[in-house]
Design a protein around this ligand. Structure first.
Ligand SMILES: O=P(O)(O)OC[C@H]1O[C@H](OP(=O)(O)OP(=O)(O)O)[C@H](O)[C@@H]1O
Ligand SMILES: NC(=O)CC[C@H](N)C(=O)O
Ligand SMILES: [Mg+2]
Length: 506
């Protein structure tokens, strides 16, 4: 779930891109990069760490031009430690193309082989996004047929070619040197992408971004979401073109965006993330009530940050007090998207601290948005007990996560998922809680769909093992499990790791 952003403006874009990436930082903390375009030249700066650590004033000064793209990385392919895999990627032929990708391809090995054997293209890293860029480059080359001037028709033909060859999840921003900004979304619309415009004195400006919060905060008005399979092209003069480039499309956004990934103040595919989380809380409260647990609970406590809207509704519906029992250190990033289990575990302790007064001699219901590896819940339950809680119940606004995600969330191995192969009672025992209450999948879907009934189906694969693109075989899952065992993504040195005292983490 990386962040992507693209802007075509009437004045320099470096600051607006930087600010946009900062607003989207929650989608990727491992690396960040910006590319701006000035005529036929690209200017690029990227590196490992948070946006504020990657860009210095001198780097910003070099990022000249009125058009640009940016990326924050949360790795799902290749390795977290590789700066070479930070994005955007660049390829010089044809024309000069640069690309940022959110998602994960499920046929990148096959594409890599095809690119080498048939298209004579070399992919230098293990990143699936570099594969995607090379497929796009090959398709643009084919569609342009040696013509030195590109047309929108040629570019959209190339995007159609990408859709035919590439399988998996991809929301993309790209630039073609001397031409313009291209954005497109996979035919299932798994990862989000939204377009906005700003009418300035100098003319219309456009922004494409992973989440609407970037548009809101930077003065752009939402136009609409990019449709699944659609290509959107804004040339350097600001002319806007859009076309459906896929033969067959469906609209099946990833439900985990609403559970955890996105900011609550974003609206994705017509669904307010905040409203959907509140709805999750209402359904969860019904379940708790139905289990007869209500009377045993003295107080409801959220696990900051993502569970707050759900926990508020649980408390309101159960008519129980809502208390802030954990105080969050605002300088520690999101733990779930950090690489390496040791770093995630240590970060939970440094990030959250218990307010003893809210726990002493009470039966507490802790509410989180999800339990994935159990890193957070295990530590939190422990803290609650140390603070004197009598009973600790743990509720998750999402169902048990039992299956790997292959579409851009780093949960590749079943073994690391705490609910895999465990009953609810066994999960409770594993995290040390008196009971665990999980949302039902039907209830989660209903909670999100209530905000936009036009979306008939979501990708819920990490909950039900049903992969929306239909081409994820058990053999493929076994392969990624073997290649992306958790230990492999642990070697990386960014400033916040060093802040945590993790100079070596493997
Ligand atoms: O079971 P786990 O593997 O621990 O993963 C689940 C936890 O990780 C996330 O929190 P995170 O700290 O990443 O972000 P947040 O501050 O947005 O809640 C999520 O909100 C859960 O609290
Ligand atoms: N989370 C993502 O969207 C990751 C993008 C890409 N697969 C990478 O690993 O860099
Ligand atoms: Mg959390």
């Amino acid at each position: 779930m990386c962040a992507i952003i693209g802007v075509v403006a009437r004045s320099p874009v470096n600051q607006i891109l930087y600010d946009g990436l900062t607003v989207l930082q929650h989608r990727g903390q491992d690396a960040a990069g910006l590319v701006t375009a000035e005529g036929h030249s690209f200017h690029m700066h990227k590196g490992g760490g948070l946006v504020r650590d990657v860009f210095r004033t001198r780097d910003m000064r070099n990022l000249v031009g009125h058009m640009g793209i940016g990326h924050c990385r949360y790795p799902t392919a290749g390795s977290a430690s590789s700066i070479a895999e930070s994005q955007p990627f660049y390829v010089n032929s044809p024309f000069g193309i640069t690309l940022g990708h959110n998602g994960n391809l499920v046929n990148s090995d096959q594409l890599r082989r095809e690119l080498f054997a048939e298209d004579r293209r070399h992919v230098n890293t293990n990143s699936d996004s570099e594969v995607l860029l090379n497929v796009l480059a090959h398709e643009i080359s084919d569609a342009s047929q040696g013509n030195p001037r590109l047309t929108p028709d040629m570019i959209f033909t190339a995007v159609a070619g990408v859709h035919r060859r590439v399988k998996g999840a991809y929301a993309v921003v790209a630039m073609v040197a001397g031409y313009g900004l291209l954005a497109f979304r996979d035919p299932f619309g798994i990862r989000p992408l939204i377009i906005g415009r700003a009418d300035t004195e100098k003319g219309v400006e456009f922004m494409v971004a992973s989440e609407s919060v970037a548009l809101d905060t930077l003065g752009f008005k939402v136009m609409r979401d990019v449709a699944p399979g659609e290509g959107v092209l804004i040339d350097e003069s600001g002319n806007f073109h859009a076309r459906q480039c896929a033969g067959k499309t469906a609209h099946n956004p990833c439900i985990f965006e609403y559970v955890y990934l996105a900011r609550p103040d974003s609206v994705i595919d017509g669904i307010s993330v905040y409203e959907s989380r509140r709805n999750m809380g209402k359904f969860l409260a019904d379940k708790i009530q139905g289990m007869g647990l209500r009377d045993e609970i003295d107080v409801i406590i959220p696990i900051p940050d993502s569970s707050r809207p759900s926990a508020l509704e649980v408390a309101a519906k159960l008519k129980k007090p809502y208390r802030e029992g954990f105080i969050k250190n605002r300088y520690i990033g999101r733990t779930f998207i950090m690489p390496g289990q040791e770093m995630r575990r240590k970060s939970v302790r440094q990030k959250l601290n218990a307010m003893a007064v809210e726990f002493k001699d009470k039966n507490v219901l802790l509410v989180d948005d999800s339990i994935v590896r159990g890193t957070t819940s295990r530590e939190i339950v422990n803290m609650a007990r140390e603070s004197g809680a009598r009973k600790v119940f743990f509720a998750s606004a999402a169902p048990p996560v039992r299956y790997p995600n292959v579409y851009g969330i780093d949960m590749p191995t079943r073994a690391e998922l705490i609910a895999n192969g465990r009953t609810h009672e066994e999960v409770a025992a594993a995290i040390g809680a008196d009971a665990v209450i999980y949302q039902e999948l039907d209830a989660l879907i209903a909670a999100v769909r209530e905000c936009n009934p036009a979306i008939e189906r979501f990708d819920c694969s990490c909950f039900d093992g049903d992969y929306i693109t239909g081409d994820v075989s058990p053999a493929y899952l076994a392969e990624i499990e073997a290649s992306r065992a958790d230990g492999e993504s642990q070697t990386r040195l960014s400033s916040y790791q060093l802040d945590l005292g993790l100079s070596t983490v493997d």
